[in-house]
Design a protein around this ligand. Structure first.
Ligand SMILES: *Cc1c(COP(=O)(O)O)cnc(C)c1O
Length: 420
């Protein structure tokens, strides 16, 4: 039990029971040093740690909690669902409701399969693409993160980038033998050997990198020419960048789209979808096996529906406006304080790159000043602003980050940069 233990005591206990004290590596603060804060409660834009500190949260469960922590409507939906039973092993009406919310919003998605995480979504979408095309090879872009399935861990972003790994031990060469890794923002050669190309339409796991003009449409055309499926990994961009995700934002429709984070309202979920013609290759109607004991879980579908209902066009406008305000403010105060920085942004997404020039691919992203980030991170934390403990994660703001809070973050950034 936590009782009145300090973050340090909790972290020691956690380390004795859980490898590295965490259930996802980036949370361990290895890249920034020090002990992680243990969250005991969240409300709106704030999280509260075990020592009673209050932080404006720019992590927001890596984008999953776009409506803010413990949003009353989402909490109520979960409580109502929980009282009716938590998992059945039989279909539930809630699965139809969430599928409908997704299909209605996203162009090209006629059917959707619900899973339990973004990793499951991308992993299953790849299997489906291979099964549907009868081809083995897949193409991914370096610095794009698609979860932790074997075939997709090659040159991943997020924690893989933060820890400086090229991939992972335990992934046999055979598992990545059919994975081709190419640089982001240039269209690779695509042949009839390739089952699919998977891409983050806005790269949000190597800092934030926007697709260059023409990149996504040209990728679409090159895939079409080779009969290769285009998969958009919209686990971050889906329902965040716009109601219809990056495909709406950029006007490019993929063959398959993967979702996670926002669609669960903070509960574990993922989804992938596409045309009925492709999706019916999945079991039980087709030969591509895919399953899950807890898939379409009634708490997750209830939370997801409640979250999506909050995201009307006014909500998106609000987040676009605060993103722009925060981005401009940060860029100005950091550079004024002599800390060279760019704050790339696309709609409701923003990142922080400590360097002179916005990167356009992974090798450039890796020139970010990780040491400066670590110092800036701790200065911000001391001033009550919690960013992700790694230089390659995006900054997440949502409906709970009011204009006043955005200005508070900018003030904290000015002071933090000045003290470095
Ligand atoms: C977070 C993320 C994933 C993995 O989702 P999990 O729910 O952590 O398994 C996949 N793709 C992208 C783009 C992500 O940001």
């Amino acid at each position: 039990m936590s009782g009145s233990q300090t973050n340090r005591q909790l972290f020691r206990n956690a380390q004795s029971l859980i490898p590295g004290g965490v259930n996802s590596p980036v949370r361990a603060f290895q890249a920034v040093g020090g002990d992680p804060y243990f969250v005991v409660r969240g409300e709106g834009a704030y999280v509260y740690d075990a020592e009673g500190h209050k932080y404006i949260d720019l992590v927001q469960s890596y984008g999953a909690v776009i409506a803010g922590h413990a949003h009353p409507q989402i909490t109520e939906a979960i409580q109502e669902a929980a009282a009716l039973g938590t998992s059945f092993g039989a279909p539930t009406p809630g699965e139809i409701s969430l599928a409908e919310e997704i299909v209605n919003r996203v162009t090209g998605v006629e059917q959707v399969r619900l899973v339990n995480s973004g990793t499951e979504a991308t992993m299953s979408a790849i299997r489906l693409a291979r099964g549907y095309t009868g081809r083995n090879r897949i193409i991914k872009f370096s610095g794009c993160y698609h979860g932790h399935a074997d075939a997709l861990l090659a040159a991943g972003g997020s924690g893989v980038a933060t820890l400086g790994l090229s991939g992972s031990a335990g992934v046999p060469p055979s598992a990545v033998a059919d994975t081709i890794v190419v640089p982001y923002n240039s269209v690779p050669e695509i042949t009839q050997e390739d089952a699919c190309v998977i891409v983050e339409p806005v790269a949000a796991n190597m800092g934030l990198i926007a697709p260059l003009e023409g990149f996504l449409p040209q990728l679409r055309a090159a895939c079409d020419a080779a009969g290769t499926l285009l998969i958009f990994d919209e686990v971050i961009t889906g329902f965040r960048l716009a109601a219809g995700g990056a495909s709406e934002w950029f006007g490019v429709t993929p063959d398959l789209a993967c979702f996670g984070k926002v669609i669960g309202g903070g509960l574990p979920i993922g989804a992938f979808g596409g045309s009925e013609e492709i999706m019916r290759s999945l079991a039980p109607t087709g030969p591509v096996y895919q399953a899950g004991t807890l898939s379409g879980n009634p708490l997750a579908t209830a939370a997801g529906c409640a979250a999506l209902q909050l995201l009307d066009s006014r909500a998106y406008q609000q987040i676009y406006t605060s993103t722009e305000r925060l981005g401009r403010g940060l860029e100005k105060v950091l550079n004024d304080a002599g800390l060279p920085a760019t704050v790339p942004r696309v709609g409701s997404l923003l990142g922080l790159f400590l360097g002179d020039k916005s990167p356009t691919h992974y090798d450039e992203a890796r020139t970010t000043d990780e040491k400066a980030y670590a110092r800036f991170f701790h200065e911000m934390l001391t001033r009550g602003v919690a960013m992700a403990p790694g230089a390659y994660e995006a900054l997440f703001i949502g409906l709970a980050h009011t204009e006043d809070l955005v200005d508070t973050i900018i003030d904290a950034a000015a002071e933090s940069a000045a003290s470095i």
